[in-house]
Design a protein around this ligand. Sequence first.
Ligand code: SAH
Length: 586
Amino acid sequence: MTSAVDLLHHGDAETGPGLLDLAVNVRPGPPPQWLTAAVLSACARLDSYPDPRAATAAVAARHGRADGEVLVTAGAAEAFTLVAHGLPRGHAAVVHPQFTEPEAALRAAGWPITRIPLEPGQPLNADLVPDACTLVVVGNPTNPTGTLHPREVLTALRRPGRVLLVDEAFMDAVPGEPESLAGAADLTGVLVVRSLTKTWGLAGLRIGYLLGDPGAVAACARVQPRWSVSAPALSAAVACCAPDAVAQAADHARELTAAREKLRAQLTDRGFELVTDSVGPFLLTRHPARPGLHAELRGRGVAVRRADTFPGLGPGWIRISVRDDDTTALLLDALDDTRHVRPAGTVTLVGGGPGQNGRITVDGLIALQRADVVVTDHLAPRGLLDHLPPHVTVIDAAKHPRGPATPQETINRLLVEHAGAGRRVVRLKGGDPFVFGRGYEEIEACAAAGIAVDVCPGVSSAIAGPAVAGIPVTHRGSTQGFTVVSGHLPPDHPGSTVDWSALARGGTTLVVLMGVATLGAITAKLRASGLPGDTPAAVVADAGHHDQRQLRGTLDSIAADAEAAAIQPPAITVIGAVAALRPEPR
Ligand code: SAH
């Protein structure tokens, strides 16, 4: 039998910007925070080579197996390649339709292949497989049909001198994992492949594993390139095998099942053909009167997986990923041709912290990495913009103190326009978006246009600016609070609403932002209001940047010191006892 050219076609080739993605069977969105934390913790130790022992033990414990029965792999895809090269080359039987990577890997390694074609939903039977086959590959549940083969049918395929390879990449999406062989008492002659990338949305990380017959596992391990599974991926494997994570996956499987059955009912009502009793996070379907459904949906903004590239499936079949109710509603709109579907756009206000790149929160970084459009400020962590995916549009809305300014109305309009066009927009600011950041004005503008806004709070330069210069804004025994004020208007300006004489008597640390040009007027006013001239004061300019500068002085001296040093914005002035603190190692 000849190989179809499309064995290498997968759902990822079907998606694209502006399309609602129902083609890829990976849970969309960022992983849960505990999992992101596990991955990022490993990123802090990237100077060490990965050590798979902890992940191997975690996987073994999760399935009640010995460590020697487990091999952690860079996704299920690597597992198929290891099988193709690790087992002695014989003759392979591949039950179709199924995921095409195993056959592609076996062909690339020179295995002769016999395809065992099944109609969608047709039960498997050991008699269909020639006795001479030394390897039998079957998916359970099968992608894309959703067929779940009973364990007994699978174990009946075992023979001396044969390896049965069961691809269970979607088994964790089946509540209770009823027909899984992963926990079977006797795995002689069996290899099970599992994936952690679907349920946990880790397709970009590559993490999965092989388990089963220790001899076959060892044969695969011998051909695995050293260190092929990265430390962040291994860390994710440990996290995903914890009992809580397994329980969360089971909850997700139940939700998916309910959503899938709802979708099945909707498709049945519309005259679609479906595989009876199919399971998993997708539905294989076709409509007798709509052979061009794949292109039709694409034209209406919805990407589904064409399924005619799976050996054994004729034209017209498509595979639809099961998603939440809102997404399914959009799919149904597109199927009924009631409206052109466009994924909803969003705006996320991200506080990037002060400095070039290092002080953004994990949430902020995730939002930034998932953006289609980034509207950035002058003081935002611009170093991070160099690491965005290539399709991201970056719009510079800098408002330099004395340079070119983008009017706030223009910024508001940009946010509304891009989100309105279905894009994920990140508004990236320095520090925290609500500390002299005009963040709330942008929220109001978006709300008026019916656009949802999320906020990722940031580390404000009001606290972090002094901190990176070694100055704590509070210190027990010195001060019981701190007051952050804007110095952009001098104290005697009619528009100023700051009661500077009250601040002079307030007894808290004073943190002045936007007060470089007005520093002389501010310090004079504070002195005139009774704050002693020898009160410690400090200025920190370009905090967190490589050219960060700091000056220490007193209320009497600091304005002249700053002028003499030609301090330019952005800078922060700290006034109070803490401004004299200089930690010295004892
Ligand atoms: N939202 C920002 C503040 C915006 S107002 C935040 O929370 O940090 C701009 C002022 O913040 C600047 O004039 C300066 O006073 C201060 N600032 C911001 N980034 C700074 C930095 N890296 N170094 C020193 N001051 C900074």
